[in-house]
Design a binder for this molecule. Sequence first.
Ligand SMILES: [Zn+2]
Length: 345
Amino acid sequence: MGEGVGCMSSYTICIYCSQTDPTRFRSVEHVIPQGFGRFGSKTPTLGCVCDDCNDYFGRELDQLLTRDTHEGIARYSRGQLSSEARPQKRLSLTLADPAEAGDFVGLRVAVDGTTGQLMPFIAQFHVHNFSTGKDEVYFPRQIPGLILPEANYGMPGTNGEKATWRCKILAPSREAHDAMVEALQHAGIDFRPETSFQSPWGSASGQPPSFLVEITSEVDKPHKRAIAKTLMNFVAFHLGRDEALKPRWDFLRRYVRYAEGDIKARLSHRPFWTGQETQQIRFQDDSINLRIENLDGNVVGAVQFYNLHTYEMILIENDALYQDQEIGGRYTAGKLPVLGKKRPV
Ligand SMILES: [Zn+2]
């Protein structure tokens, strides 16, 4: 017992796409993406998610959640490391203290998922996009073919009278700096630096000293779908496949699988296990907490990774579960899950 228990039945059907071909159920779906760890002998998995949905989720949602989000980075500090060292694509990691950063305000850094440590930074070209009002950062591999339309970025060059570009190169060494200038010129971007290279750390080693890093991320639709999937999986695992197949879960399943519609979601910083925790005293901070409950006339799901913020999502509007369907779970890597039903108030 334990593996795929929520789905056992005499016939197969996928809770996300209604696939029924029994040969398309060779893999198991992890209720909580594998990157967040295993939970003793009771790691919750589902047998009622077909291989096509499982592949799609792994590629589109799980990788994003485990590597390119705030909670993905947070798992590294809990020892849940990745097998890959590639830089984060969707996150902006910058030096937290502008005074400490000096001329290197805005420097993008990355965390090596295999060690949880910051990577030595690489040369980067920063340019302000006037149409979005944001600074964009490009790394050497992104320079060939880069086009910066005048309408969005202004006039190139820093010496000409009409130049309106706001741009700079941040590089760990003179060589990397000059290579970046050359790459830009090869791409037809006429960048002439006003100042020559200056070493960021007062040495040419390119190894930054230890500093605080600020992580900026937007909770966009793929990120919300990845979290919503965890809740849909939790429903299927603990309330059973037959419950998860009911039409009342159609909105949630289609939002997760096909990106249809928009889920109503909010962030909260309140203690997760209310009534037992306070702002100061909380359960251990290395758990992933999940809850499904009736709230304000809707069915609401809540997910908290570690002691970061809590995502609350309206899973079903204007409906209610039976009282014994209101469930909560606390998952701590390396330990057995703790599960409970909501007690009557
Ligand atoms: Zn499917």
